[in-house]
Design a protein around this ligand. Structure first.
Ligand code: SF4
Length: 329
């Protein structure tokens, strides 16, 4: 963990997002996907905060709510001490430069018709007054920073491998000196050997540029490698937040325990009990009442079917959203 300070850089407070998917006879929305439900967490400067969960759990929607690609139905987002979720677009624009994205698909996110140096320099055109020559110089410097050659700037995205394209995406994110980088599944499209290189690059850049990462992934092994603090999402709800070692060493929520029990261990002498969850993942258009996990939880009681649990603090920066945190710890 590098240079973690005391005030959060990012605070998400009771954020919810619903998407309409069905309409009544009169044309009114009457069915919703409840993508994100009452989500709250803090990201401290200099740390890597990861959100992990299965596909469709709401983790990517959460990241899009933070950088205002979509707006929440409820809740607030504070960035660098300022509430940003309701700021007019014009006032939010300078803040967007401080909050850059790295996407999953490095090819899809790079314009195939632009030279790499122009792709990297594009945010500088939007957010700074630098001249064309200064932007080009900065783009070439950044190619070196991410482990490519400045001469690569003249080439086009299709001339690079997947790992190199992700380095270009990282260089573009770095161009405007962001404080926060939101990395949404940044290595999941890459081979395992390349994943490690890109994760190492992200870690080195964090030290060098005092960056804070919000890292979104479905891959528990990747999240363990990079994170300081991890939040686990299930059906749009955060069920557990804990420091990395605590979460992987002592998972507390029954869902976290089940997820981690399914991760293969490289040591054949280590025996692990695989917790099989009952039933299927419910539809996000029809989230179960009470605890959203009760239809699959091995510890569920009658109370779990009707009462929604609140987060309980069970350690430093460790919260478990369960009626029985003492049973699960
Ligand atoms: Fe399981 Fe009940 Fe805890 Fe939900 S509240 S995780 S159903 S024990």
């Amino acid at each position: 963990m590098s240079n973690v300070k005391s005030e959060p850089l990012l605070s998400v407070r009771h954020v919810s997002k619903r998407f309409p998917v069905g309409k009544s006879f009169f044309g009114r929305a009457n069915k919703f996907v409840h993508a994100v439900n009452d989500v709250s967490f803090d990201v401290m400067p200099g740390e890597t905060f990861s959100i992990v969960g299965e596909s469709g759990c709401g983790k990517s929607t959460t990241s899009r709510l933070i950088n205002r690609l979509i707006d929440p139905n409820e809740g607030e987002v504070y960035f660098d001490g300022q509430e940003i979720s309701k700021l007019p677009a014009k006032e939010f624009r300078p803040l967007r430069a401080k909050m850059q994205m790295v996407f999953q698909d490095p090819y899809g996110s790079l314009n195939p018709r632009m030279k790499v140096q122009d792709i990297i320099a594009e945010p500088l055109l939007v957010h700074t007054n630098l001249s064309a020559g200064e932007r080009l110089k900065r783009a070439q410097e950044l190619l070196g920073v991410v482990g490519l050659s400045p001469t690569h700037g003249e080439r086009y995205p299709h001339e690079f491998s997947g790992g190199q394209r992700q380095r270009i995406g990282i260089a573009r994110a770095l161009s405007v000196n962001p404080k926060l980088i939101i990395a949404d599944e940044p290595v999941s499209a890459l081979d395992v050997s390349i994943q490690a290189q890109v994760l190492n690059l992200l870690r080195d850049l964090q030290e060098e540029y005092d960056l804070t990462y919000l890292f979104i992934s479905h891959d528990l092994a990747v999240v363990e490698m990079i994170s300081d603090v991890v939040a686990v999402m299930y059906l749009g709800h955060i069920v557990e937040i804990a420091p990395n070692e605590e979460l992987y060493g002592h998972p507390s929520h029954p869902y976290t325990q089940a997820l981690l029990s399914a991760v293969p261990v490289p040591d054949p002498d280590v025996k692990k009990e695989h917790i099989l969850l009952q039933g299927d993942l419910p539809s996000p258009t029809n989230i179960p009442a009470g605890c959203p996990f009760h239809t699959r939880c091995p510890l569920a009681t009658e109370k779990c079917k009707t009462e929604t649990p609140k987060p309980h603090t069970v350690g430093e920066r460790h919260t478990v959203t369960c009626h029985y945190p003492e049973k699960t710890v």
